[in-house]
Design a protein. Structure first.
Length: 258
């Protein structure tokens, strides 16, 4: 399956299954009305309300969490750009003969960091590029530490080394943030609740002799689109809602190194 479209499977399957459960619920309700013409048993409305309330709460919970993680990922891109830019500027504290090689390594490092996310959704290629970035980090650190020891004023040690630490740490933070998602059981529960709500909604429409396709399709579509938006924010390198524009911050840092 195309990596760019894999997460469409979940909302599309949800849409179709909700239509099926609406129809199943309607038929169950019609059969019950044929056997018991007395109307809806007492207490059914309370059960329906509880299920729909829980479904709304779960949608709101997952949407809020996805939006928060989306914003965090955007902020971390800017933080990494600032950390790299600061560390690069502080190379001026090193002896002149040590700066040239380190600046070139920095350029290759930023190029590699950009490629890590450009290669998504190809996970294998992104992981290979991430390993290259980590190797360049180690190279930068070793050269910077060696050059700092040659600085009699120790200004490089006091200012450059902490900046390099921040640059390295933000890489791990971004990697973990990209992998941070709700447990799978949350999505399974959302799927199950949507189908249960569809069954109950279809049961409630059984009194009408004709199907209300507007309500059936509309309810299913609204839920499917909501789930799609949640997944889109959870995986912002795949769909329509993306963080790619914020990569421009790293591109600007790379251009400033020319």
């Amino acid at each position: 399956m195309n990596d760019d479209l894999w997460f469409l499977t979940f909302p599309c399957a949800l849409f179709l299954m909700m239509l099926v459960f609406l129809e199943v619920g309607r038929r169950i309700g019609a059969r019950r009305l044929a056997q018991e013409p007395g109307g809806t048993p007492s207490g059914v409305g309370a059960v329906d309300g509880a299920v729909f309330g829980l479904l709304g709460l779960l949608v709101a919970f997952t949407f809020s969490g996805a939006a928060a993680r989306f914003d965090t990922r955007r902020e971390l891109i800017v933080e990494e750009a600032n950390a790299i830019g600061t560390a690069y500027l502080r190379l001026d504290l090193l002896p002149p003969d040590a700066q040239s090689a380190l600046r070139e390594t920095f350029r290759r490092y930023v190029d590699s960091r950009l490629e890590v996310y450009r290669k998504l959704p190809d996970i294998a290629a992104a992981e290979a590029e991430l390993s290259k970035s980590n190797a360049l980090q180690k190279e930068i650190w070793e050269h910077a530490v060696a050059a700092s020891r040659a600085d009699a004023s120790r200004s490089a040690t006091m200012l450059l080394v902490p900046a390099l630490n921040a640059m390295i740490d933000i890489t791990t933070t971004r990697t973990m943030a990209a992998q941070m998602h709700p447990p799978l059981v949350i999505f399974a529960m959302l799927f199950g609740l949507a189908l249960t709500a569809s069954l109950f909604a279809g049961h409630g429409m059984a009194a009408n002799p004709s199907r209300s396709w507007v309500h059936m399709i509309g309810f299913s579509a609204v839920m499917a689109v909501s789930v799609y938006v949640i997944l889109d924010m959870e995986f912002p390198r795949y769909g329509l809602i993306r963080v790619d524009a914020f990569d421009q911050a790293l591109v600007a840092v790379r251009e400033s190194m020319k």
